[in-house]
Write a protein that binds this ligand. Structure first.
Ligand code: SF4
Length: 308
């Protein structure tokens, strides 16, 4: 396995150079996938990199909404997504037609959508956000401005609590983070009482309430790296363990996945070295977006990038 991975990595490296292709990978992808990426990051950092690069082609090692965001921001580039079926339960929970109806019901509301949405939903959105910048994005509106927040009700509730706003929340959730139970965090805490608990705000409010720090994947990595503490319980998708252990060597990390309550994201794990190699070789599957939808979606993503 190690040997075949090594060969594949070499072949990918060669094709990447030949085609001037930039490989972007999310922190939740497999370790070997993150190792061959030119850049790994959370949704915000990946969107920023997709908007600003010199490559001729982008291969997105992640899920579909991320590759769509890259195509929206770099329309003249070929954007490859190795597995078109790599979806996202959160993005799938918000349909464009349903959102259109909600907007008609609340015409005086602005729409803030998490980037974990389809390109069609982004096209109906005023400003996108990620878990890294959601507070800044929501804070960029006047206090009186009414807001619909899609699609993550847990993240939206977290922002409502922090800001004292009363945004209307879409009832969506990420099946990975929403599955984390209070009991599983408490059990790990009992085993490691000195460990700081770092939680992604896509988790339920009662789980976030147990956190010493609640924030985006990148926020969690930075907190662990810069904190004086030596031990951490990591309450998010376990793919982040690769980057966190790299960034904070010598510290001790306990992934919530050990308790079985937080499963891996099966969509993120669909991307493998094999399908990356095939995608690079054949230059497909290619992400295509209707131009009118793309332009409308671009506006909401660029609004976000202007804020942060
Ligand atoms: S971890 Fe959750 S939000 Fe992230 S891609 Fe998977 S299903 Fe979507």
């Amino acid at each position: 396995m190690e040997e075949s991975n090594k060969n594949l990595k070499l072949k990918i490296e060669q094709l990447k150079k030949e085609k001037n292709c930039l490989i972007l990978a999310h922190y939740y992808t497999r370790k070997e996938v993150q190792q061959i990426a030119d850049f790994t990051g959370d949704s915000l950092a990946l969107a920023q990199r997709a908007a600003d690069n010199e490559a001729d082609m982008i291969l997105f090692a992640g899920v579909r909404f991320m590759a769509e965001t890259a195509k929206v921001l770099s329309p003249d580039k070929k954007v490859l997504l190795p597995v078109m079926e790599a979806s996202c339960s959160l993005a799938d929970s918000c349909g464009a037609e349903e959102l259109k109806r909600m907007k008609e019901q609340y015409p005086d509301h602005k729409v803030v959508s998490y980037v974990n949405t389809s390109v069609e939903v982004k096209a109906l959105t005023d400003v996108c956000c990620t878990s890294s910048n959601a507070l800044d994005v929501v804070g960029s509106f006047d206090k009186e401005q009414k807001i619909i927040f899609t699609p993550d009700a847990n993240l939206g509730g977290f922002i409502n609590n922090l800001t004292g706003r009363n945004m209307k929340l879409w009832k969506g959730a990420c099946h990975v983070h929403d599955a984390v139970s209070v009991k599983s965090v408490e059990e790990l805490k009992a085993e490691h009482p000195a460990a700081k608990v770092l939680v992604h705000p896509e988790c339920r409010a009662e789980v976030v309430a147990l956190a010493d720090y609640a924030g985006s994947t990148k926020g969690i990595i930075d907190y662990a790296k810069n904190s004086d503490s030596e031990e951490f319980i990591i309450v998010t998708e376990p793919g982040v363990m690769y980057e966190i252990e790299r960034e904070a060597p010598g510290k001790r990390f306990y992934s919530i996945s050990r308790s079985n309550s937080c499963v891996e994201c099966e969509y993120m794990k669909m991307v493998t070295l094999e399908n990356i190699y095939e995608a690079l070789l054949h230059e497909e599957p290619v992400v295509e977006i209707d131009e009118q939808v793309r332009c409308a979606a671009e506006k909401s993503i660029r609004e976000m990038l202007k804020i942060k």
